[in-house]
Design a protein around this ligand. Structure first.
Ligand code: AMP
Ligand code: MG
Length: 342
């Protein structure tokens, strides 16, 4: 199959919507990362997403809509869901709610909840409206690889596997949406994103974060969200996160780097000079920059033949929690505290 890469326009959105209506898969930009979309109500179309991505069948998809009312036929909507939708939609918040029977089991991997989100990217909204159906879309990477934040990343992973990629420029957020379980007693974050626990608490009065956000799910325990079990966001290189006082972190990383071949360092802007002439890439000034750059940098390191990555960490609050969640998973939870190493 030839994969067409088209700049987002009225014409290309029209063509993409025709493919979606015909049961095909199209990659499109959202404000978080690029998505791989198909008609969420068509089991055969959704099966094509799983095969293009090589995604394990037990990992459910997020269903994207273009207006709040479009959620009503899909799930059992609640007053809290309405409050959150008013506060954060369109935007990077996915809510898990009890599903209705219109959603085929393949979309939710057999679970009784469905993940719904209204994205804010104008091309995503235009595509959903033109398709006339809710669009199931996971991130448009091959399973386990870092998520795509540009159309070129999607092409790297999906060339020959899907008929079309809509190019809407680089994703503005850079990490996937917050996944919030609304089906239990207390709203619980299963995956942190740009809508933070602090913000949700301001609106609803309560919100908690699942323990499994920064730790691997113990083998003996059920994962609250299937995605927590799977390898995720991983570069080809082995990656280690180094916590602690900035100078100690730099000393530790520099000494390890010097023993390795093809190593690279991910450091915050102000610390880059601490690493001298070593191959160092900047995560930027803050969590927002890091969210924006992380997957881009990890993919660049894969292309550059890097086999060992050492990364600085950041405080686990606000958007920092989302960045730390992605980095911890990319590193297979290999985290060292430099303060304990001396
Ligand atoms: P992605 O589509 O690649 O952004 O991943 C979607 C994430 O949401 C995965 O981690 C899924 O496991 C999670 N997810 C989607 N639907 C559900 C659901 N019904 N229950 C729990 N987690 C879900
Ligand atoms: Mg993904």
């Amino acid at each position: 199959m030839r994969t067409r890469l088209l700049k987002g326009s009225t014409r290309s959105v029209f063509d993409a919507a025709a493919l979606i209506r015909a049961g095909q898969v199209v990659a499109f930009p959202t404000e978080t990362v690029y998505g791989l979309g198909a008609n969420a109500l068509d089991a055969d179309a959704v099966a094509r997403i799983f095969s293009a991505k090589e995604r394990p069948a037990d990992n459910p998809l997020i269903v994207h809509i273009a207006a709040v009312e479009e959620a009503f036929p899909l799930c059992h909507w609640t007053p809290d869901a309405q409050t959150l939708a008013q506060a954060f939609w369109p935007g990077p918040l996915t809510m898990l709610l009890k599903k209705k029977s219109i959603i085929p089991p393949i979309t939710t991997a057999g679970l009784q909840t469905v993940a719904v989100r209204m994205p804010s990217h104008p091309l995503a909204l235009a595509l959903i409206k033109a398709s006339g159906c809710p669009i199931a879309a996971p991130s448009a990477n091959r399973s386990s690889r870092p998520s795509p934040t540009t159309a070129m990343h999607v092409l790297e992973d999906m060339s020959g596997r899907i008929p079309m990629i809509l190019d809407g420029g680089p994703s503005s957020v850079g990490v996937e949406s917050t996944v919030l379980d609304m089906s239990g007693d207390t709203p619980t974050i299963f995956r942190p994103g740009a809508v933070t626990c602090e913000q949700i608490t301001m609106v609803l009065g309560e919100c908690c974060v699942s323990d499994s956000v920064l730790r691997p799910v113990p083998a003996t325990q059920n994962a609250p969200s299937p995605g927590m079990r799977h390898k995720h966001y991983a570069p080809k290189a082995r990656m280690t996160l180094v916590k602690g006082d900035a100078n100690r972190v730099a000393q530790y990383i520099a000494s390890r780097y010097d023993r390795d071949e093809n190593a690279a360092i991910l450091a915050f802007e102000e610390h880059v000079p601490l690493y001298g002439a070593r191959h160092t890439q900047s995560l930027g000034k803050d969590a927002m920059d890091a969210a924006h750059r992380l997957f881009y940098l990890l993919r660049g390191m894969d292309l550059g033949g890097i086999t060992r990555i050492y990364a600085e960490t950041l405080p686990e609050n606000g958007l920092g929690l989302a960045v730390m969640n992605r980095m911890a998973r990319a590193a297979g939870f290999d985290v060292v505290n430099a303060d304990n190493e001396y």
